[in-house]
Write a protein that binds this ligand. Structure first.
Ligand code: ADP
Ligand code: MG
Length: 534
């Protein structure tokens, strides 16, 4: 302006305005495309992870809790993708700003620039250390926050039990304790946050002071004029945000890599049950399926053996009942047949072929299971039944429901088959859920059927009605039935009494009664109780 170069001045101003317009446009690109990119990475990783852990076997789910896996699939990925899209951006912007500003400063006054160059690493290290402390505190707080989430979760899911025992006060106390822990953990975090902010403020404030001090000294020695110092001070403010960004970046980097490590670790977990490379298909052999069990022993992980030297031969179409005390291993035996777990020794043969040599999916397709604790997805009843055979028509679904006597109660529901089952199957009784499970399994038309205490939660009257349905289900199939009410399995072709030593007795009802062993004891005890009840 003193040289009256007005034209140049306005050109420079116009260029600056244009640069700001460009800058804001680029900010949009960074915010929008950057996040879109991050989300894509996250979605891809999540898809791969979900596919992978879905492949993992029962043993994996015995070891890992659903809650933990949930966070692996959701919040854990956040830090990884955060690094993937903010990382390069932060690093690039701050490096360019710092290098650019330093270059300009060196051409202005190299002495002052040198001061900054020396100070910068020192300040960065200080900021970084505080930032690390802060996130360590943040992680600790997160763990503690997990405790309160668990307290809320368990409190709310068990609220009916709490009320039944009128234990609201005690429950409230437990909750208050967890809440207190949460408060102290948060206090620790906020203390570290305060320290970090204090150090950051100091670092960014001290830079101009150092420049002015050294610059002032230079001016006193008449080695510099004050215009240079003012220009210089303007450049120094450009350092503030890159320092913050770099501290963040270092932090993001270590968190992101920790996330990546957890991801890779999970992806590297091999499914315990895999197809042999030359796994044979079972298709086409839909007719006679024999189940043969030779000398099978099995233990869960490192625990004591549940089954020891079990040998069985079940011809196609036979109905076998498994009875015996709880914890004897009935469920375990039934889970070995579809290869949910691999046997430790011995062999299970299907149609004369070792199931380990067959394709896992093919083996399982031949099995249908109804368990005591039925899982219904949060979807309509129609879709829950159709889960048995995904390409079944609505009519197929209704037919299957009718066969197992589920049709009547479903029709009476407000929206019939379109009624949505909520999370815990809340609107349905345990027995009704069971009937839906029967319909689902009937629809899947398995060659081998496993009913694991499937009728335990159905009342005796409905069970009698259901008997026709069950008979329809059993017809032409090899079946395994685990039941506590012995009256329901009396007519099975064969009854196995499974106790602590594996199969202790085997034979038809009449044979076992004649033998006067464990089964006889159990049956007469039940018959006596029932006699008294009526
Ligand atoms: P049943 O069905 O006859 O009541 P189970 O087959 O369920 O008996 O259980 C047999 C034994 O195996 C029990 O001692 C039980 O504690 C143990 N068990 C069952 N399931 C598992 C599992 N997933 N992990 C470890 N141990 C298990
Ligand atoms: Mg069981």
């Amino acid at each position: 302006l003193p040289q009256r170069q007005f034209r140049v001045f306005f050109i420079v101003m116009a260029v600056v305005v244009a640069a700001y317009v460009l800058r804001s446009a680029l900010y949009f690109v960074v915010a929008y495309w950057g996040h879109t990119f991050g989300i894509r990475v996250e979605a891809d990783i999540r898809r791969d992870l979900y596919r992978h852990i879905q492949e993992l076997g029962f043993d994996f789910y015995d070891r890992n809790r659903t809650g933990q896996l949930m966070s692996r699939l959701t919040s854990d990925l956040f830090e990884l993708t955060e690094l993937a899209h903010h990382g390069p951006e932060d690093l690039f912007i701050s490096l360019v700003t710092i290098v650019g500003a330093l270059a300009v400063m060196f051409t202005l006054r190299w002495e002052l620039a040198l001061v900054l160059l020396v100070l910068l690493p020192v300040l960065l290290t200080m900021a970084l250390r505080r930032r690390r402390q802060m996130s360590a505190a943040s992680r600790a707080a997160k763990v503690k926050t997990g405790t309160i989430n668990a307290a809320i979760e368990s409190g709310l899911s068990g609220v009916r039990t709490t009320k039944a025992f009128a234990n609201e006060e005690a429950q409230q106390q437990r909750f208050d304790e967890a809440n207190e822990v949460f408060k102290t953990a948060k206090r620790g975090f906020h203390k570290e946050m305060g320290r970090f902010n204090a150090v950051m403020e100091f670092c960014t404030g001290i830079l101009p002071v150092a420049v002015i001090a050294v610059g002032g000294w230079l001016i006193m020695g008449e080695k510099m004029d004050y215009v240079d110092l003012i220009t210089f001070s303007l450049y120094v403010t450009a350092f503030v945000s890159p320092i913050r960004k770099l501290a963040n970046f270092a932090e993001m980097f270590s968190n992101g890599f920790a996330g990546l490590h957890r991801f890779v670790e999970l992806m590297a977990t091999e499914p315990s049950i895999q197809d042999a490379p030359d796994a044979a298909d079972l298709t086409g052999v839909k007719g006679d399926i024999l189940v043969d069990v030779n000398d099978v022993s099995f233990a869960y992980g490192e625990k004591a053996e549940v089954l020891h030297n079990v040998t069985l031969h079940i011809p196609a179409g036979e109905t076998v009942a498994l009875v015996g005390p709880s914890g004897g291993g009935k469920t375990t035996l039934c889970q070995l047949l579809p290869r949910f777990y691999d046997v430790d020794s011995g062999k299970i043969l299907l149609d004369g072929q070792d199931i380990k040599s067959l394709s896992r999916d093919e083996v399982r397709r031949n099995f249908g299971m109804v368990l005591q604790d039925t899982w219904l997805f949060s979807d309509t009843i129609m879709e829950n039944i159709r889960y048995g055979r995904l390409d079944a028509t609505d009519d197929d679904v209704r037919q299957a429901a009718a066969v197992v006597r589920a049709d009547d109660f479903i029709r009476e529901m407000p929206q019939g088959y379109k009624t949505t089952v909520n999370e815990r199957g809340g609107s349905l009784s345990q027995g009704q859920k069971q009937l839906i499970a029967f319909a689902r399994t009937l629809l899947s038309d398995p060659r081998i059927l496993i009913l694991d205490e499937a009728t335990s939660s159905i009342d005796t009257k409905t069970e009698k009605l259901l008997q026709d349905g069950i008979q329809a289900l059993l017809k032409g199939r090899t079946s395994f039935i685990i039941a506590h009410r012995l009256s329901t399995i009396k007519n099975c072709d064969r009854i196995l009494y499974i106790g602590n030593q594996g199969i202790m007795e085997a034979g038809s009802h009449d044979e076992l009664m004649a033998k006067r062993g464990a089964y006889y004891e159990l049956y007469t005890a039940q018959a006596r109780d029932q006699g008294m009840g009526e």
